[in-house]
Design a protein around this ligand. Structure first.
Ligand SMILES: [Zn+2]
Length: 452
């Protein structure tokens, strides 16, 4: 999308990282074969965090990170998400619903999210419930209860798995709105349950809720105090200011909770490009998605607003905030075998990571964690494969061939069961080192916020 300038860009990011960990610039210069011992020593700090910013790239495995890096900043360049001082790998498996002692080696975002948000392993489709369907408290709920401000931001529907696991508890991820409860009869309000994901999210009431999924907020509550109202009206009764476009978001005041719902379903893609084929494509460039709705904020806009509001709300209080920011459509475009879609979403996610790191630079008591929820299909290969491929001409002039080969061309490509990267900086960041399981992230964040 831009002219190649990977070396200059790398130098700039190297500077930012050095500032973060307080080391001489030379230690992080490109290709310097430098000794990172001192930088690592300084980055390992325990203690309490005033704030936690968790950034989840949905389906952002090592291949997804590498193809985005290659395309945008070059193979020797570094994305913002590459600059966190400490990183490790974490395992992501789910467990079987019928026998939770047996792993399900390939997780979905719901079981994965239940893991990192509650510390409990569960089955694919579970939204912060144990395999027997019992709700378990989430890191956002615990933080809110302890007096922290909270935020939940995504480019997907707000009722999609990753944002859902922080503020709702249902036995199936499909139960997104009060009129979409077929898979969760016990959770429905008309049966005495806590309601759909949309209803529970607005009742949990994070201070900032930003994403898509307006169609579920427009559904009608079926029973209880809010029966007959839409979930959006329920949110307004509860004190939310509701905004539906970028201008509304920019104008939203920090003195009341904000519910921003900017699309009927998922938010629009940033980039478009060639469709992979059996025989591959000629080297092509990604383009900005001209069909993107101009009034939708970008992920970085939502991240900036969330940080600004939560910072303002906590300026005079003893407690800080917990904020989750998801780049959701990396996964969705991997499913769709759309390389430019996937890379564009990864780059947009990286811009949000940069915002979080910028914030941390002036708020050192902030733990920033960047990770994924599971691996995905795309592979960087040399030429046509048994699946479908497309070749992209990168900003640095190389040809990057990406293969999708886990489903027929007409089907949805699949998640993979691989471990994924987890990177962090700030208080308690050392707990991501080595190989951990994603349930451990819950305990790391809980410890960082001093939640017991
Ligand atoms: Zn997926």
């Amino acid at each position: 999308m831009r002219s190649p300038r990977s070396h200059r860009r790398h130098a700039v990011i190297g500077l930012a990282t050095a500032a973060l960990v307080g080391t001489p610039l030379v230690a992080l210069a490109a290709g310097a074969h430098s000794d990172h011992t001192q930088a690592a020593r300084q980055a390992i700090q325990g203690g309490k965090a005033r704030n936690v910013i968790l950034l989840i790239g949905d389906g952002m495995g090592d291949s997804e990170i590498t193809s985005a890096r290659n395309y945008q900043v070059g193979a020797a360049g570094r994305l913002a998400l590459d600059t966190l001082p400490l990183s490790g790998a974490y395992t992501t498996y789910a467990v079987r619903k019928d026998n939770p002692t047996i792993p399900d080696y390939v997780t979905d975002s719901a079981a994965s999210g239940t893991g990192w948000s509650t510390g409990h392993k569960s089955y694919n489709g579970a939204i912060s419930v144990t395999p027997d369907g019992k709700p378990v408290p989430t890191i956002l709920e615990l933080a809110k209860k302890a007096g922290f401000r909270t935020g939940d931001v995504t480019t997907a529907e707000l009722q999609d798995a990753t944002p859902a696991v922080l503020g709702s508890h249902v036995v199936s991820r499909d139960c997104k709105g009060p009129q979409s409860m077929t898979a969760c009869p016990t959770n429905a309000t008309e049966n005495g349950g806590a309601g759909s994901i949309a209803e529970q999210l607005v009742r949990t009431a994070p201070d900032v809720l930003l994403g898509g999924g307006k169609q579920y907020f427009d559904q009608t509550v079926q029973a209880g105090r809010f029966a007959g109202l839409s979930v959006l009206q329920q949110a307004q009764v509860g004190g939310y200011q509701v905004v539906t476009d970028a201008a509304g978001l920019a104008a939203a005041k920090p003195n009341a909770p904000i519910l921003g719902t900017f699309a009927k379903n998922n938010m629009d893609l940033e980039w478009v490009g060639p469709t992979p084929t059996k025989t591959g494509t000629a080297p092509s460039r990604c383009e900005v998605n001209a069909a993107r709705t101009a009034s939708q904020p970008h992920l970085v806009d939502m991240a900036s607003k969330a940080l600004q509001v939560l910072d303002r709300q906590t300026r005079t209080s003893r407690k800080g905030f917990f904020l989750q920011i998801e780049g959701a459509s990396i996964d969705k475009q991997d499913h769709a075998a759309n390389p430019c879609g996937q890379i564009g979403e990864t780059i947009a996610f990286d811009a949000a990571v940069k915002k979080a790191l910028d914030y941390q630079r002036s708020h050192r008591d902030t733990l920033v964690v960047v990770t994924a929820d599971h691996g995905h299909t795309s592979q960087i290969v040399e030429g046509p494969t048994e699946g479908v491929t497309a070749t992209l001409r990168t900003n640095e002039g190389g040809d990057l061939t990406i293969s999708y080969a886990t489903a027929p061309i007409t089907g949805s490509q699949q998640h993979t069961g691989t471990e994924v990267r987890i990177a962090a900086g700030g208080p308690q960041a050392a707990n991501v080192l080595g190989v951990t399981d994603q349930t451990e992230l819950f305990f790391t964040m809980r410890r960082a916020l001093g939640l017991g």
